[in-house]
Design a protein around this ligand. Structure first.
Ligand code: URA
Length: 434
């Protein structure tokens, strides 16, 4: 087989066979297909799509590009959650310790920032020393002894996703239902979780812009999970405005720490409680979501979830003095607010604009080799529906370069819209797909 023929076939809108998909994934993971051919192929998939059969084959090929873990002998049931990517989405940092504190083991393989959306690994690496490259042995041992692991794709687990993910980030090929579904589900299948909650973001700050697209992605991922013998639930959650207030790696870690201490923005706290409750139900710890939420709240209130997060950081080599004293986390040199130029009700806080501005400041990557600036980002002070007085801060920009600060201030002043009459709050969730 030749990579170029497979690219041409997809360019010409034909269906790829399982053998062609497996060949392409294996050869790319093994270094026999170069990045330029893989990016042409990814663009052809983005433009022409894939059938459900092709997407399932792609998912399994990526999952089998490395080891696949069977956790049944390690813990009675392991759960996991995965977000399809949003702005200010630091949910994993709070939900996974909550769920672990409720007695459900969590083995999670996370990703890096993708396009305008942030990534859990980049956030956690704001904590000096925190390792996101655990070996399979370390993953299993930590899951068994601590009941909580948070790592990235390694050379051993779904390595093809690691390569494709980084490539898609910088080649405009993120926003594709088959590529997102296979990326998310291959990691979940490889890392062995038996019960998975998928947080499918929808809105201008998500890869799925409409509820219709989000439904398609959610249904596809749930059906892939079922085919792979896993239990999955997909939540369709709002991403028309950033989640919580903090956007940017260290800023988001600080907000997650506040939330683990029982504070944090109300929308973010509620989002975490709902996601945690679904995990607790799916993992058999709670009879229904109401019981799951009560358990999650208890895990936050008792400090148990915070303790689990602290142990996670320590076990994976992170310096806990940085989370015990979050003021030690990387901080930007230049901090300046964008203030309201009028009074009124906010009718839009554009999550996409905020996410792209955060990438522009250095919180995300423009090329695969780019280094992240963990300190930079944006604090979003208001939600859609809030009444804001003239002169009040809308955003606070944290920057390390004066030119980027100026660019961010200008861009963010156009990221809101106003109404003279009251505006309804945005919902946190739209639907649940089982
Ligand atoms: N999360 C992933 O792991 N992959 C994607 O493609 C998008 C979000």
């Amino acid at each position: 087989m030749r990579a170029v023929d497979i690219i041409i076939k997809k360019r010409d809108r034909q269906e790829l066979s399982r053998e062609e998909i497996e060949y392409f994934v294996q050869a790319y993971a093994g270094g026999d297909i170069p990045d330029y051919q893989a990016s042409a192929w990814a663009m052809a998939v983005l433009l022409n799509g894939m059938t459900a059969r092709e997407t399932t084959d792609l998912t399994l090929a990526i999952a089998h590009s490395g080891e696949t873990l069977d956790l049944t002998g390690v813990v009675p049931v392991a759960v996991d959650k995965h977000s399809t990517g949003g702005v200010g989405d630091k949910t994993t940092l709070v939900v996974e310790p909550i769920v672990a504190a409720c007695g459900l083991p969590v083995g999670k393989m996370s990703g890096r920032g993708l396009g305008f959306s942030g990534g859990t690994l980049d956030k956690m690496e704001s904590i000096p020393g925190f390792r996101t490259d655990l070996s399979t042995e370390e993953f299993l041992e930590q899951l068994r002894t601590q009941g909580l692991v948070l790592t990235g794709q390694s050379a051993e687990l779904a390595p093809a996703d690691g390569k494709l993910y980084a490539l898609r980030d910088v080649t405009g090929t993120v926003q594709s239902i088959p590529l997102i579904a296979s990326s998310v589900m291959s990691k979940k299948i490889a890392s062995g979780a038996q019960a998975i909650v998928l947080d499918v973001k929808v809105g201008n700050g998500a890869f799925m812009q409409t509820l219709d697209e989000a439904h398609k992605l959610a249904e596809l991922m749930v059906s892939i999970a079922t085919l792979a013998g896993r239990r999955a639930v997909a939540l369709l959650s709002d991403m028309n405005q950033p989640l919580g207030q903090a956007v940017g790696n260290a800023l988001e870690v600080k907000e997650a720490i506040d939330t683990l201490h029982g504070g944090g923005p109300k929308d973010f706290q509620m989002h975490c409680l709902v996601v945690a409750s679904h995990l607790l139900v799916l993992g058999g710890k709670a009879a229904d979501e109401a019981e799951g939420q009560a358990m999650a709240l208890q895990a936050l209130g008792s400090g148990e979830a915070w303790k689990r997060f602290r142990t996670l950081v320590m076990t994976q080599g992170g310096d806990v003095s940085f989370i015990d004293h979050p003021e030690k986390l990387p901080a930007a040199r230049l901090v300046e607010a964008v203030c309201a130029g009028r009074s009124g009700f906010l009718s839009m806080v554009n999550a996409r604009e905020v996410g792209e501005t955060s990438v522009l400041l250095g919180a995300g990557r423009a090329t695969k080799e780019d280094l992240i600036d963990h300190a930079v980002g944006i604090i979003v002070h208001h939600k859609v529906g809030d009444w804001v007085a003239d002169g009040q801060p809308l955003f606070t920009v944290h920057a390390n370069r004066a030119d980027l600060l100026q660019a961010a201030l200008e861009r963010l002043s156009g990221a809101v819209a106003w109404s003279d009459t009251p505006v309804a709050e945005l919902p946190l969730f739209y639907d649940v797909i089982r």
